[in-house]
Design a binder for this molecule. Structure first.
Ligand code: HEM
Length: 428
């Protein structure tokens, strides 16, 4: 049996989950067995890249999604995030083409427009000497970006009974409780109606909804309305909250590291920021990418991947019984001293091509790995790069006077309270 405490530990509830996982890892190492408080099977905390590879990649068929997935399923049904087995495989195959590099070009104009609008608002606030509620602003902006990618020309028509934008509650209400789930699932009716209208009118503008409507799986035809609604709701939540959380951390880190921000602004002078970038151009925005990647290292929004073993397995030479829960905590992995010097330091230069090539695979997993890795990685990176470049081009965040934001480690890792920052316009 791997090392670990003999008494049961609750790893699933409470505001200090991260600290408890951290303490177990510090005390027992990279493969820890923890008797569960509420189940017969134990939980294994795994922070060794080679073992993580086995769970997520080489023996992935033996692992299904684990602790917490029931709650996600209430919200997102059997969409890609929570689906399993043959249904998940078929849906992933249908959706994958819409997220391949070649397809991402379709979304870049929307990202650019969102970034310009947000940058203009922040410049106005900076000129007026006002603080910016970064959390609220990036939430609205990333929600709009994903909604545009999904519904394009029909977005403005999607309104609730009171005439308000249908999906506004996603960024207005931050709690992901049952009450939210009921209101959110009710939006499925709007998606069904819009889908029916597009089919009737044979109108398929180039967006993600059209992709879902037109995708066919061999002889089994198009996806049914239940699957369609589950996928659209999944993309809204998965495509918005993670990106929003990441941008909070990017701005917090730039505000607290003025020398990194100054360097970024110098690097930005070499980039063409006046036009909507193409994919080839974005590939050259390495200085911006390094900052985003380092923020994702320190504060990975998907901070915990939970899995459950279907059959027995052998992990690190230990026998792992079927039914065991496995926790992979990217927040710990990204602080592993075997892979990261001074893990707590914000150092974007960790992500130069040479530095990346010299690091163990599976030691950096903000988007997970294997068949269930994030389908939206390219989408999210493009969106964040454009956002950061367009804002940093004109604005410098000032060091906050408040204490560092407390972490909320629930479905995503985000600041517990909204992050407010002051910016300075600096068009040099
Ligand atoms: C910074 C932004 C993002 C981060 C850090 C992130 C992270 C992740 C991670 C870690 C997973 C795997 C979870 C697990 O294995 O348990 C995941 C899955 C997923 N993500 Fe993302 N994500 C981001 C943005 C997006 C965007 C923009 C979209 C869509 C527009 C998206 C859609 C999805 C979907 C559908 C899945 C489930 C994939 C499957 O199981 O087949 N994500 N994401």
């Amino acid at each position: 049996m791997p090392p670990g405490p003999s008494a049961p530990c609750d790893l699933e509830t409470g505001a200090d989950k991260l600290q408890r996982l951290h303490a177990l890892w510090q005390q027992y190492g990279d493969c820890v067995r923890v008797p569960a408080a509420s189940r017969a099977a134990a939980t294994w905390l795994v922070t060794d890249p080679a073992l993580i590879r086995r769970i997520l990649v080489s023996n992935h068929r033996n692992y299904v999604k684990g602790v917490g997935i029931e709650r996600v399923r209430v919200l997102l049904g059997d969409g890609l995030m929570a689906g399993e087995g043959a249904h998940w495989r078929g849906q992933r195959r249908l959706l994958q083409p819409a997220f391949q590099q070649a397809a991402l070009g379709a979304y870049l104009r929307g990202f650019h427009t969102q970034a310009l609008a947000l940058s203009a608002r922040w410049q106005q606030a900076a000129r007026a000497g006002e603080r910016v509620n970064v959390t609220a602003e990036v939430s609205t902006s990333t929600l709009t970006a994903v909604l545009q990618a999904l519904f394009s020309e029909d977005l403005d028509d999607l309104r609730d009974a009171a005439g308000q934008p249908a999906f506004a509650l996603v960024s207005e209400q931050s709690q992901r409780d049952l009450q939210f789930a009921v209101r959110f699932r009710a939006l499925g009716a709007q998606i069904r109606e819009l889908a029916a209208r597009r089919r009737r009118e044979r109108r398929f503008p180039p967006d993600l909804l059209s992709h879902c409507l037109r995708a066919r799986r061999g002889a089994s035809g198009p996806m049914d309305d239940k699957a369609l609604v589950d996928e659209v709701l999944t993309l809204i939540v998965a495509g918005h909250e993670t990106t929003a959380a990441s941008l909070n951390w990017v701005w917090y880190l730039l505000a607290t590291h003025p020398q990194v921000c100054a360097r970024l602004r110098v690097d930005l002078r070499d980039l063409d920021l006046d036009t909507v970038p193409g994919r080839e151009q974005l590939a050259r925005w390495q200085p911006v990418a390094r900052i985003v990647k380092e923020a994702l290292r320190l504060y990975p929004p998907g901070w915990l991947y939970t899995r459950r073993a279907v059959h027995d397995d052998t992990l690190g030479g230990y026998h792992l019984p079927a039914g065991s829960d496995v926790f992979i905590c990217s927040w710990l992995l990204h602080r592993h001293p075997d892979h990261w010097d001074a893990p707590e330091a914000f150092r974007p230069e960790r992500f130069t091509a040479e530095a990346e090539a010299g690091r163990a695979r599976y030691s950096y997993l903000p988007f997970s790995a294997g068949p269930r890795h994030c389908i939206g990685e390219g989408f999210a990176m493009a969106e964040m790069l454009i956002h950061v470049a367009q804002v940093a081009r004109h604005l410098r965040p000032l060091a906050p006077t408040d204490a560092a934001p407390a972490l909320e480690a629930e479905v995503n890792l985000r600041p517990r309270a909204p992050l407010w920052l002051r910016f300075e316009v600096c068009d040099d």
